[in-house]
Design a protein around this ligand. Structure first.
Ligand SMILES: [Zn+2]
Length: 102
């Protein structure tokens, strides 16, 4: 069986599937990403958006986000932008539903 590509960096072949801490989801990780405490970008964005933003998350979650940014060569600003986008889409979705109920 061929191992899937790592879902964090999308570059390396994964060494296995691991659970993202605090998120009920398993993803394929390569060794480098596991060692770097890096996690799939979209999982971090989606879960941070669920909390209402990075400032509402726990310190260890922030650390995971910082480590992932560092590992992927992204910035925290990019991350917060993606969270904002996700929060905006969510509120548009919710208000769209409410309109339909009326
Ligand atoms: Zn990787």
């Amino acid at each position: 069986m061929e191992m899937p590509i790592c879902e964090v960096c999308n570059k390396n072949v994964s060494v296995g599937v691991a659970c993202v801490p605090a998120v009920p989801i398993s993803c394929a990780y390569c060794k480098e990403c596991l060692e770097a405490n890096a996690h799939p970008w979209w999982v971090l964005v989606a879960n941070t958006a669920c909390c209402g933003g990075l400032s509402y998350t726990a310190d260890w979650w922030k650390l995971m986000v910082e480590d992932t940014c560092k590992h992927l060569g992204k910035t925290l600003e990019q991350f917060e932008e993606d969270v904002e986008k996700s929060l905006k889409e969510e509120s548009e979705f919710l208000s769209g539903n409410r309109m339909e109920d009326m």
